[in-house]
Design a protein around this ligand. Structure first.
Ligand code: FES
Ligand code: FES
Length: 164
């Protein structure tokens, strides 16, 4: 049996410390060890993006790394983006514009989209489709996902202008 390693993570603003085997994938750390079940497992082969989280400011598929590789990292999951009482504009927009059907891909989609809108606050449709290419959806045909991200971008830009 491999030797367990001490891991410290900051997840959604909370420090988590535990001993993990080197083979433990980060998605399992989040879901099974920390009970943070927003990030989903769709493929475990880095294709679907259902497990997307933000690690140190970058979108990462959490099935592609081991927990020990995330030592010291700041991680944000969908739970850290917004909840029922404080929906993020992207969550509002997905709800309003039917950006989801079964919802399985949605936590990863929205988590990725938060970074996309940080990188490109007013993306074109092509930029949205390119920027979201690592996140697959089996239900929606993507049209309403694009529409939701466009709506959130407009809403966030307007809010930013109003605040200036
Ligand atoms: Fe990680 Fe599909 S579960 S990319
Ligand atoms: Fe079902 Fe995307 S809403 S997989």
């Amino acid at each position: 049996m491999s030797k367990k390693k001490h891991v410290t993570l900051n997840v959604n603003g909370k420090t988590e410390e535990f001993l993990a085997e080197p083979r433990e994938l980060l998605i399992y750390t989040l879901r099974e060890r920390l009970n943070i079940t927003g990030p989903h497992i769709g493929c475990e082969t880095s294709h679907c993006g259902a497990c997307t989280v933000t690690i140190n400011g970058k979108s990462v598929k959490s099935c592609t790394m081991f927990a020990v590789q995330a030592e010291g990292a700041e991680i944000t999951t969908i739970e850290g983006i917004g909840g029922p009482d404080n929906l993020h504009p992207l969550q509002e927009a997905f709800k309003e514009h039917h950006g989801l059907q079964c919802g399985y891909c949605t936590p990863g989609m929205i988590t990725r989209a938060t970074k996309l809108l940080e990188e490109i606050p007013n993306p074109t449709e092509a930029e949205i489709r390119f920027g979201m290419a690592g996140n697959l959806c089996r239900c929606t045909g993507y049209q309403n996902i694009v529409k939701s991200i466009q709506a959130a971008a407009a809403q966030m830009s307007a809010a930013k202008e109003a605040a200036e």
